[in-house]
Structure formats: structure tokens, C-alpha cells
Design a protein around this ligand. Sequence first.
Ligand SMILES: NC(=O)c1ccc[n+]([C@@H]2O[C@H](COP(=O)([O-])OP(=O)(O)OC[C@H]3O[C@@H](n4cnc5c(N)ncnc54)[C@H](O)[C@@H]3O)[C@@H](O)[C@H]2O)c1
Ligand SMILES: [Zn+2]
Length: 359
Amino acid sequence: MEKIKVSLGENSYYIYIGYHLEKIKREIEKLNFGNKFVILSDKNVFKLYGEIIKKTLENKTVHCIVLSCGEKQKNFNNVLKIINQLVKFKINRDDTIINLGGGVINDIGGFVSSIYMRGIKYISIPTTLLAQVDASIGGKTGINLKFGKNLIGTFYQPSLVYIDLNTLDTLPYREIKQGIAELIKYGVIKNEKIFETLEKVKLKELKDNYEFLVKESVKVKVDVVEKDEKEKKGLREILNFGHTLGHGIEITNIKKFSHGDAVCLGMIGESYIAFKKGLCDNDVYIRIKNLGRKFKLKTSFEKLDLKKVVEFMRYDKKIKKGNLRFVLPEKIGKVIPGVEIDEIEIIKILEEIKKNEKN
Ligand SMILES: NC(=O)c1ccc[n+]([C@@H]2O[C@H](COP(=O)([O-])OP(=O)(O)OC[C@H]3O[C@@H](n4cnc5c(N)ncnc54)[C@H](O)[C@@H]3O)[C@@H](O)[C@H]2O)c1
Ligand SMILES: [Zn+2]
């Protein structure tokens, strides 16, 4: 069992990475959190792991709230529904919410924890690769509005994050892929060993490397979060590698791309931009593209309407016209934040990727 401390003054806590969900009992006991817990989960995850957690806490009072599955559940109605349940269960600030699930449960559960009675304690048990390496780390909580994703939210740290890598055994590969895109990102921005491991490993043997990949990725994110907890110093910006372009691709394309596919295309595009601007070798672009292909993420720009994508990025960053800001790779393991490039040049460079694909 690996233990990583997140040092944030009075908001500090530990992230445990290992294999046995039952062992969470010991860590919860250590926190001395009283006798009442609420497990918040979605239908899929509760069916698989709800009973294990309930059994682990058999000497406590445990209530359960189970939502339907998927991104649409991150809405305000569910926030009210959860809060009404908490009131019904007479939950107060001595009690604890346990978020058991992927990024959706983590985000809405964290948000409710931050506002219910002006904030109550919560524990995260992330069960998707994406939630283990990204959504459960860093204290960002949120829900969606019909105008856009994560428009309401807070920064609110958990008291404990418990990652059981065995939960990934039941996760379909299309969901594993979502996390792999983020692993590639962590490799490029700060840890070439993550990247090289992904290059070396056979798809069938990926599972044997989860412990190393998750641990190293969590460390990268923790390091960034510790330096800039509330995203005020611009240091979290490096986590946006692949996401500036990726977000534009995710939002503007009619044929819907998953977040992981869009980020993969974003990383390919942004590394090609870096190459064309003389910041890195062509090799960086090629290696990222090869990794994307190996893990069955989208790698072709063929169907993208690049003008629309760039227009969205301008709108997203509230820029009238002119320069867009990117995090670009210098080599695998190192990026340069805050690189500004003219939008017309961006379209030209991205069109070139499309053209190269045809040849
Ligand atoms: N707060 C942050 O910093 C942050 C960072 C990145 C992403 N996010 C958010 O995370 C969300 C996406 O998270 P996600 O990809 O985990 O999606 P998700 O929570 O919807 O989970 C994906 C699917 O997998 C199922 N599932 C979860 N764990 C399982 C398991 N172990 N076995 C079988 N099925 C399982 C779920 O029921 C769901 O159907 C988005 O809303 C995004 O905005 C937040
Ligand atoms: Zn992402």
C-alpha cells in the first residue's frame, strides 16, 4: 500500500494506492470520524462495490444514496436530491460522506460536501482510471449547467482518497482509455518514465503496470496542486496540455468525441504546433501519436472542422481575435506554459496535419 501525502496546510490529507478496499476500515478508524457515514455512488458502482464498503463499516451507521450513471447526473436537481436525503438521515458536521465511483460521483459528491451545512468531511474512493489519476486529486468539485460543463463548483479537499486498483478490473476498456489519455499527458508534462512505460507495455499487460502508472501520475498532479491549490498562480496551467485544443475538439464536433479521444487529438495537435514553432523535435509528435494509436484513442484529424475548433478556443478563452495560449512540449517530460500563437497560424499548422495524413 503506497501512501502519498498532499500537503496543503490544514487541508492536508493522504492518498492511499493499493489493492484491498476492505483495508480502508483501518484508515477510516485512524481519522476518528465518528459513527455516521453516507455512501454516495452510482448504480453500476454500488452494485459492484457498495456491499464491500458497507460491510467494512458494519459497526457504524451507514446510509446510501445511489444515483443513475453518467455525465447527465452532474446536475442541480441531484444536488438538491442528495441534500434532502442528508437532511432526512439527520447528517451533520460530525458525519462523513464517502464518494464511491468515477469522476461524476467525485465531482457532485465533493460539491455537496462543500456546501451542506457550510461544509462536511468527505472521503473519495475513485473507481475509474480517470478519477484515480485526475478527478479525485486536487479538490475541484462541480456540476454542469445546460450552458456548459462544471460552471458551478468549489475547491474543497477530501479527508482521504483511497484508490483500490482492483476496481479497474470491472471497468470496460472504453472507460480505461479515458484515463490513459491523462496518463500520456502526465508523461509529457513531467514524467518521461510514465510515457516510456506506456510505450513499452503490451496492451494485455497494462494491468501489471497500473500501480506504477497511477502512483506516478498522482504524484505529478499532487505536486502541481500543492504549489497552486486554488489555481491562482497559473501553475496548474501545465495540466492543460492537450486540453486547450482538446476542449475545442470535444465541444465543436457533431460526431461526438469522448474526453479521452479529444485530449489525445489535442496532444497530437499541440505537439505538432510545438514542432513547427521549433520548440521540440518531430519525434515528440510521432511518439504521442503512436501511443494514442496503440491504446485505440482517436488520432486522425480528417473529420475535424478546424476553423470551428479554433473559433471555439477563442470564445472559450474570451479572446477577441489574435493570439491563443498553449502549453507546449519541449521534450517528453517537459513543457513550456503560456506560449502565445496567432490563431491563423494555428489553423495553418493543423491543416498541415490533415494534409500529411492523406499522403
Ligand atoms: N474534479 C476534477 O478535477 C476533474 C478532473 C477530470 C475529470 N473530472 C470529471 O470527471 C467526470 C468523468 O469521470 P469518469 O470518466 O470517471 O466518468 P463516470 O464517473 O461517469 O464513470 C464512467 C462509467 O464507468 C462506470 N464505472 C465507474 N467505476 C466502475 C468500475 N470500477 N467498474 C465498472 N464500471 C464502473 C460508471 O458507472 C459510469 O457508467 C467528468 O464529469 C469530468 O468533468 C473532474
Ligand atoms: Zn482531461
